[in-house]
Design a protein around this ligand. Structure first.
Ligand code: ZN
Length: 153
């Protein structure tokens, strides 16, 4: 099990250092900034959506390794998914990072964040990109925070 945790950590470090799909996207039809005041993470998500399907997601900004790695893996996980599937994926991901990795095998690579459940302060880092993406899907204009006490979330 510790070997698995080590592998998970390596994936997070790799994506934190070399985030995938890390660019502003001029063709995006929804753009939203996410801000996590507790850590200072600030990411902007660029969504290109067509007929209810995610064609592309990119992101840009600055944040800690967890927020960057999570947004990076998110961009890979949601590409080609329907908006309904994205919402379901986020539900599973939120369960993973708050309750740990039980029955979440369907999340695939996102399972590397199971350890975040042991660090409640990091949950907001891990979900920041997701909150921004879901806000972009709802075509919100104002920056979202990953603070769960915010009624807008
Ligand atoms: Zn953070």
């Amino acid at each position: 099990m510790s070997g698995l945790n080590e592998l998970y950590q390596q994936v997070i470090i790799d994506h934190g250092r070399r985030p995938r799909n890390f660019a502003a996207s001029p063709q995006a039809n929804a753009v939203l900034e996410g801000y996590n005041p507790l850590c200072g993470d600030r990411l902007t998500v660029y969504l290109t959506e067509k007929n209810g399907v995610v064609e592309d997601v990119t992101f840009h900004g600055n944040g800690c390794a967890i927020s960057m790695a999570s947004a990076s893996l998110m961009t890979e996980a949601v590409k080609g998914k329907t908006l309904v599937e994205v919402a379901a994926l986020f539900q599973g991901f939120q369960q993973l990072v708050t309750q740990g990795g039980q029955g979440v095998e369907h999340l695939g690579k996102l399972c590397v964040f199971a350890g975040v459940s042991e660090y409640p302060a990091r949950v907001k880092c891990a979900t920041l990109g997701w909150h921004a993406l879901l806000g972009a899907i709802r075509h919100e204009q104002n920056p979202v925070t990953s603070d769960e006490s915010d009624p807008n979330n």
